[in-house]
Design a protein around this ligand. Sequence first.
Ligand SMILES: [Zn+2]
Ligand SMILES: [Zn+2]
Length: 721
Amino acid sequence: MTIINVLLPLAIADAYSYLLPDELHAEIGDFVEVPLGSRKMIGVVWPDDGAKPPIKTTKLKAVIAVVEMKPLPLELIKFLNWVCDYYISPKGMGLRLVMNVPEAIGVVKNIDAVRMGTGQVERSTKARDQVLDICEGGETFRKSDLAKQAGVSVAVVNGLLKMGALSMAQMPKFAKFKVPKTDHNLADLADDQHAAADAICQAVAAQKFETFLLDGVTGSGKTEVYFAAIAKAIEQGKQAVVLLPEIALTVDFLQRFENRFGVEPAPWHSGLAKGARERVWRAVASGEAKIVIGARSALFLPFDDLGLIVVDEEHDGAYKQDSGVMYHARDMAVVKANIGKFPLILASATPSLETYLNATSGRYTHVVLDKRHGGAKMPHVRSIDLREHQPESQKFLSEPLITAMKAKLALGEQSLLFLNRRGYAPLTLCRACGHRIACPQCDAWLVEHRFNNRLMCHHCGISIVKPTKCTECEAEDKLVACGPGVERIFEEVELLFPEARIELLSSDIQMNVDEIQRRLNAIAAGECDIIIGTQMIAKGHHFPHLTLVGVVDADLGLENGDPRAAERTYQLLNQVAGRAGREQKQGMVLLQTYMPQSPVMRAMIAQDREAFYKAEAYGRELANLPPFGRLASIIVSSKEQKKAFAFARTMIEAAPKITGMVILGPAPAPMGFVRGRHRVRVLARAPKGFKMQDWLKSGMLTLKPVGDLKVQVDTDPYSFF
Ligand SMILES: [Zn+2]
Ligand SMILES: [Zn+2]
């Protein structure tokens, strides 16, 4: 008997010790079944970190069985340990990110199928002949697939089985992923694309760790460049993964990939059905799936031999996980590439300040594509000062914007109105008593959604039927909608342009993937004059007839206490602006703003990105904010605000005093009340390079919350609500 460590996919900090009976053999990374209390669970044999004192073997339980499957790669184990250390998360939660497809653990069994038999057909019919024709080649089929393909009922197949013309057989549960053809449909690369692709392909061929910032405006052909790098990785026998924000993972994008490589990629996202998840997980582990295109969690798939990571739209906030292990997929992709010793591509038209500074300082290799290809020109950007051009009362579009839209409509070209706010109105107010209708369990106003006549909280999701009288003073018909959401803009546009074809795209309007794709295709085909949309419209879609983008509220998001607010607004506005004029026609972007002099607006209008980054970097350096300093956010929550405050104060007292460290709080978090719990925030700010994790672990985190107290630590916060 030997003692081994087994990590279980639970919220536990470390691996447990178990006895391995002599008749079993297990190495690090092997999946094993072990007893836990009265349950049985599957965990992974974990390396010993030497931290635990020796244990008496008499107290240990024994491993029940070793699961027959490929062990987890050592690099993945190293990666998980790194991620959990960095984000101060229980290691078991890290393992859970990998083992979240329970069906995929264990041997995959074949399934029942049918094939051509030796028996005679008693009486030939058209339906029977159709089935037998398909089976002629000797292949095996699922019964239902065969019937479907032949256009007959399953009863016909059963009949043929009974007479022996078909026989039962076994077949693999999943269809295989085909090997991508690296030279299937080579794009004609322009000179700058060629140079960029060559530089990256060299690093792929050498299989060394190197981070590239692939920096190019919308339409400059970044995708073709990283497709070339992927082709190189495949030729080297390696796997590659492309990470995208979930919202950008469209059928369009997967199709683009298929056109280039001649086969379907392995997709990975939250909408995947159970069977499809199992298929991808297994195929990634075996090395059969060469290319995965997925959302942030694809980083935790058990790759057999990964040789390249691409993080597209690297600046996107969707890469940060906001619960459980609060990892940032872009940052962890850098760690993963470093552990695995292979290159990494971060692609963006508006890189995050962190990445931009790493690239300009030489830490990352900066590859720039600054031309739009296919003859498209950069759009003209202008601001509309709303102090001068006030929209009419209860209206939100200014006269210059309306005039521009009229002109486009007359020319038969498309306009897009962008407002990153779902629903009809963000606030409902009583004109009699001034009461504002708030969520009963959050610090948030209820947002009116007129299409279903409800008021809804965008934080916790509760909704109520829109009341007809004030919930406070009971006055009838005194409730008014304040401010615009996209539904309200839709209403305004309908009145202004009764003859126009208008399309509203917002993530909360219930549409399935096919429906969204159908609408996007219709817009691209020119079957619509005016598009109104939220953030979902900003990503990657290609609308050749679109020449005017109007941003209804360019200031939205600028003043919310988030150190990255200006950067995010700038990135979002740029992305939206990039929708205009992607073909031969010149595009125009109009920004409605009350702050035309803000650095964000000035940089947008001058299209002067470097000036924006410079100003932004200067401001953050002065304030010691990331990437010039480090932040950690500690949120203490409880049903009683007093308890949360008291615990936060004891945590601060327990923290070692360090010069240069600033502790802000405890203070009510900007969202001080969510889902019925009071949230109190402590923000710690330290100089760059400071070991924030060690400092937290040696002080604040030595205190264990009791009762209903909860503590959430984020060592690199991106969300400040
Ligand atoms: Zn009232
Ligand atoms: Zn709420």
